[in-house]
Design a protein around this ligand. Structure first.
Ligand code: NAD
Length: 479
């Protein structure tokens, strides 16, 4: 049984949740303790008690701890990557890549602990000096989704600690294993008791406590729009700081002048890899008329060669969907698209087992053509390996279609035209814009985040993370 880490101790939970391997549902990854409301409150109390000392810890102390955590993650990337592939279903290379990313993030924020910065200005009044500095906020609640079970926790926990905050971390109930592995490393890292707490459990129970407890200064959340709205309402009600990263309906434009291979690679990689379960996945490809037929034909050829199977097996391109509920949602959207008049050009069928006869949540990636902008397949997040194709008359039409969405996380364009690429970077309404690159796939040292219905609050990652995890102080001195 994998326990919760609260006030420096490993504690049993009120219940147990079973973590099942989606590539082979006969395989139990482990049993994980589920905290209840009282344990969540205990975690908040211990984080609050640890804050005064930790917020005054030296940059060297924070650097040493975060750097060592990053080193251990990197040294164990194959082992933890295998666990991640086993519990979440992304392929082993993708999973090892995600763990590596988590290690790099800890290293980056170890460095940031040494570079707090500040500003020194002359006052408008004679003889007075003005200092602008950043200070830690207090207790940060971190609530994360299942699709990046170690990278997203890392990009929230590392900056929270680097800037001197204490943490209560609630991972997704569906995929707690890699989060637990990260917590175990943190538990041995030399952090004082109570600075970091792990509370696995239900969103409706543990999550609600974290949103409502007045001792929690700020909440950082990544997940669905519906839950994000609940987080926002609860935080506004008690005026706590919050940050939300939510869904996407990310467009990839392919213009007539595009290199067809580049276009197909971008669409396949960001549409179907990680089983399409990425907030930055390209779920809409907007192709200009002249290239449409050749593009769809090339996509279908490429998709025929994709191997769907056990995420931990060498040579597999697409692992399973994370669970039965998500698989049902993916299949529903394939059906709804056809009912609304679209065509299924390829895939879209569930496979009860893989080539080895292992039962899992397998789905052949789906390409849906002849869609129009108002169809649900072009408006709502599916969160699976399902890509729709829209047709554009020209670049201006493609841009309008790309921006015609309530979301605004990532957007891409494949073109050889500098003019159109430059215009798109400026006029796309997404937070992250890619030219001749997949929409999924970002760096860890630069800001990450979206606009419109995808995000709320300041950016995550890179130096911009300081905006959320610190509060600014202005001090005046007359010597
Ligand atoms: P979810 O909203 O169901 O759950 C996210 C987290 O919130 C989980 O830990 C869950 O237990 C918790 N939660 C649920 N109800 C809660 C409540 N009432 N109070 C407090 N916490 C609660 O999302 P999910 O299904 O785990 O993740 C998939 C979603 O995440 C997709 O919409 C995807 O686009 C989004 N996502 C966004 C980004 C981004 O950076 N924009 C990155 C990854 C995933």
């Amino acid at each position: 049984m994998f326990k919760n880490f609260i006030a420096g101790e490993w504690l049993d939970g009120a219940r147990v949740s079973r973590n099942i391997n989606p590539s082979d549902t006969r395989d139990l990854v482990g049993e994980y303790a589920q905290a209840d409301a009282a344990q969540a409150r205990l975690a908040v109390a211990s984080a609050e008690a640890a804050f005064p000392a930790w917020s005054m810890s030296t940059p060297q102390q924070r650097f040493d701890i975060l750097d060592a955590v990053g080193s251990e993650i990197l040294a164990r990337r194959t082992e933890i990557g295998d666990l991640l592939a086993r519990e979440e279903g992304k392929t082993l290379p993708e999973a090892v890549g995600e763990v590596t990313r988590a290690g790099h993030i800890f290293k980056f924020f170890a460095g940031e602990a040494l570079r707090p910065g500040g500003e020194l200005l002359p006052s408008v009044r004679p003889g007075v000096g003005v200092e602008i500095t950043r200070e830690a906020l207090g207790v940060i609640a971190i609530i994360t989704p299942w699709n990046f079970p170690i990278a997203i926790p890392a990009w929230k926990i590392a900056p929270a600690l680097a800037y001197g905050n204490c943490v209560v971390f609630k991972p997704a109930d569906l995929v707690p294993g890699s989060a637990w592995a990260l917590a175990e490393i943190l538990s041995r890292s030399g952090l004082p008791q109570g600075v970091f707490n792990l509370v696995m459990g239900r969103g409706s129970e543990v999550g609600t406590v974290l949103l409502e407890d007045a001792r929690v200064s700020a909440v950082t959340f990544t997940g669905s729009v519906g839950t994000g709205q609940k987080v926002a309402a609860a935080c506004v009600a008690r005026m706590a700081k919050f940050q939300l990263e939510m869904g996407g309906k990310n467009p990839l434009i392919v213009l007539d002048d595009a290199d067809l291979d580049v276009a197909v690679n971008c669409a396949v990689q960001s549409g179907f890899y990680s089983t399409g379960q990425r907030c930055t996945a390209s779920s809409r490809v907007i192709v200009s008329e002249g290239l449409q037929q050749r593009f769809v034909a090339a996509m279908v050829e490429k998709m025929k060669a994709l191997k769907v199977g056990n995420a931990r097996q060498i040579g597999i391109d697409i692992g399973p969907v994370v669970d039965q509920t998500q698989l049902n949602q993916d299949l529903d959207y394939v059906r709804i698209a056809q009912q609304e008049g679209a065509s299924l050009a390829f895939g879209g069928e569930a496979l009860a087992e893989n080539e080895q006869g292992q039962p899992g949540f397998y789905l052949r990636p789906a390409l849906i053509t002849e869609t129009s902008p108002e169809m649900r397949i072009n408006r709502e997040e599916v969160f699976g390996p399902v890509v729709s194709v829209q047709t554009a008359r020209d670049y201006e039409h493609a841009l309008a279609l790309a921006n015609d969405t309530p979301f605004g996380l990532a957007a891409g364009i494949v073109t050889r035209s500098l003019k159109h690429a430059t215009h798109f970077k400026r006029h796309s309404q997404a937070g992250m814009v890619m030219v001749n690159l997949p929409t999924a796939g970002v760096d860890y040292h630069v800001p990450f985040g979206g606009r419109k219905g995808s995000s709320y609050g300041s950016r995550e990652q890179g130096r911009y993370a300081a905006e959320f995890y610190t509060v600014v102080k202005t001090a005046y001195t007359l010597p």
